[in-house]
Design a protein around this ligand. Structure first.
Ligand code: ADP
Ligand code: MG
Length: 268
């Protein structure tokens, strides 16, 4: 069984890319087969995974426009990262507009990934910071959405429109889409605002909030400039430990969901 995660929040700078790269690496570290799909023209997940944005012959752009089969756009990341990648770069900006005129425009990514999804345990899609056609493609292709939320000012702003978009996509395009979880990122326990935001999230969303909290940790911010996930760059850092914990929580949640309901105990 493959799970496709979209990491989405239309706010920029909330930790989508950091979470995509480091969750991909952490799941790969547990020997899962992982594909990271960069669908943001900024291409930060591509460079964060250690791949030069302009190096691959084909990227997600050619996959979405149908110029190549998806297999041709899958590239290796450095061995220590342990997962595969479909890259993105600035050329993708044009695709957003091109897509609007295409047949089955919302389903381009989903249909492309259908060819290869069985080869992976997890496919992780790093979304751009907007609710555009690229994000709609990611949410239509996904089974589950992870929403990173920065525990700082205005964190909850925009969350309603994201939830409405997810609901609309579920009802019209992708009935199996569900919210995997809300992920608290850049958490600073010394900052009372971090605690306030965290408490508000739990009171609104309850169990949908991952128990794992991603702390603010400078190693997470440094790792991309070394083209490596944090577990490679500094495996003992708090950032590395927290993303490994998140991978563990996700695996446990999935196992719990797949378990058949227990038969009631016999009383005779
Ligand atoms: P997004 O993809 O949502 O725009 P990023 O993952 O690129 O967000 O994060 C925005 C910035 O914050 C980046 O410079 C990143 O290195 C940094 N960052 C992300 N998460 C953390 C964290 N937990 N601790 C410290 N810095 C972080
Ligand atoms: Mg990003």
């Amino acid at each position: 069984m493959t799970t496709v995660f979209a990491i989405a929040n239309q706010k920029g700078g909330v930790g989508k890319t950091t979470s995509s790269v480091n969750l991909a690496a952490s799941l790969a570290a547990t020997r899962k087969k992982v594909l990271l799909v960069d669908i943001d023209p900024q291409g930060n997940a591509t460079s964060g995974a250690g791949v030069d944005k302009y190096e691959p012959d084909y990227t997600i752009l050619e996959v979405l426009t149908g110029e190549v089969d998806v297999e041709q756009a899958v590239v290796e990341t450095p061995e220590s990262s342990g997962f595969k990648l479909i890259a993105a770069n600035g050329d993708l900006t044009a695709a957003e507009v091109q897509l609007l005129d295409m047949k089955l425009r919302e389903f381009r990514l989903r249909n492309a990934l259908a060819r290869i999804r069985d080869e992976y345990d997890y496919i992780i899609i790093d979304c751009p910071p907007s609710l555009n056609m690229l994000t709609v493609n990611a949410l239509t292709a996904a089974d589950s959405v992870i929403v990173p939320i920065q525990c700082e000012y205005y964190a909850l702003e925009g969350l309603t429109s994201l939830m409405n978009t997810i609901e609309k996509i579920r009802s019209v395009l992708n009935p199996k889409l569900h919210i995997g979880g809300l992920l608290r990122t850049m958490y600073d326990p010394r900052n009372s605002l971090s605690n306030d935001v965290s408490n508000q999230l739990i009171s609104h969303f309850g169990d949908k909030v991952y128990r794992t909290i991603i702390p603010r940790n400078v190693r997470l911010a440094e790792a991309p400039s070394h083209g490596a996930p944090v577990i490679t760059y500094d495996s003992k850092s708090r950032g590395a430990v927290s993303y490994l914990a998140l991978a563990g929580e996700i695996l446990r949640r999935e196992q719990a969901m797949q378990k058949p309901p227990q038969a009631p105990a016999r009383t005779d």
